[in-house]
Design a binder for this molecule. Structure first.
Ligand SMILES: Nc1ncnc2c1ncn2[C@@H]1O[C@H](COP(=O)(O)OP(=O)(O)OP(=O)(O)O)[C@@H](O)[C@H]1O
Ligand SMILES: [Mg+2]
Length: 235
């Protein structure tokens, strides 16, 4: 189980997270849903170790990570695909994936095989530089790169935004396959309809606080939450 418990985070004196608590079990996909600026990226970055919480803790499988560096967290089994993807433009796809594996202390050839196992289509552009990838291809590489680190838990920040429905479907299928192999996935999303394509269980974050956890469909029955998520309730 990945657990974030009571995370309080302040940036430049402003309180951004106010007691964020969530859990992700291995083999499941959990969505962190909230509108722009709600605190999704800050939550993920804090779990990953980029921000130090003023209060609260992060553990995986009862191992304390709160005082560990980002690099140590990667080695213990938490990997991350950031909102802006960070694919190195002048490295090939193969080099991007191998570099991630190397940073996690994994065998690089095995990492490529694992990535191709989930995304066979990557073989077609393995030697292409990151700069020349389409939006959908970049997301695949970002997921493949996180997977190459052989994670127990993956944190994916808004990877489905702005993609054609068929690509969203392809990536959702890949995420289900990855989860079925025992990886716990936390995916941040601001678009409730996109979130619902992957999973029905979500934590909803608003102004740095978790205001709901459970089924998205149920959440939308509550007028306040539907309004926050920009969904109109039928009269
Ligand atoms: N480094 C920073 N310095 C100052 N304010 C920040 C910083 N990082 C985040 N914030 C503020 O914290 C709040 C939460 O930001 P965060 O990026 O976590 O939101 P988000 O839910 O990921 O939004 P989006 O859907 O737009 O990506 C915002 O008001 C943002 O302006
Ligand atoms: Mg964000």
């Amino acid at each position: 189980m990945l657990k974030a418990e009571g995370l309080h985070v302040s940036i430049s004196g402003v309180e951004i997270l106010r007691g964020v608590t969530l859990t992700v079990a291995r083999g499941t996909i959990v969505c962190l849903l909230g509108r722009n600026g709600a605190g999704k990226t800050t939550t993920i970055k804090t779990i990953m170790g980029f921000y130090k919480p003023v209060k609260g803790r992060v553990t995986i499988d009862n191992m304390e990570l709160t005082s560990k560096s980002v690099h140590e967290r990667v080695k213990y089994g938490v990997s991350y695909a950031p909102e802006d993807l960070r694919i190195f433009p002048w490295l090939t796809v193969e080099e991007n994936i191998k570099l991630a594996a190397k940073l996690a202390g994994r065998n690089v050839d095995e990492a490529i095989e694992i990535a191709l196992g989930v995304f066979p289509e990557i073989r077609g552009f393995l030697k292409r530089q990151g700069f020349y990838l389409s939006g959908g291809e970049k997301r695949m590489v970002a997921i493949a790169r996180a997977l190459a680190q052989n994670p127990k838990y993956m944190l994916l920040d808004e990877l489905l935004e702005g993609l054609a429905p068929i690509v969203v479907e392809r990536l959702s299928k890949a995420l289900r396959e990855i989860a079925s192999k025992g990886v716990g996935i936390l995916i941040a999303e601001s678009n409730v309809m996109l979130a619902k394509r992957i999973v029905d269980e979500a934590y909803i974050i608003e102004r740095g606080e978790i205001i709901y956890s459970g089924s998205i469909d149920k959440a939308l029955e509550t007028e306040n939450i539907a309004r926050i998520l920009g969904v109109k309730i039928k009269p």
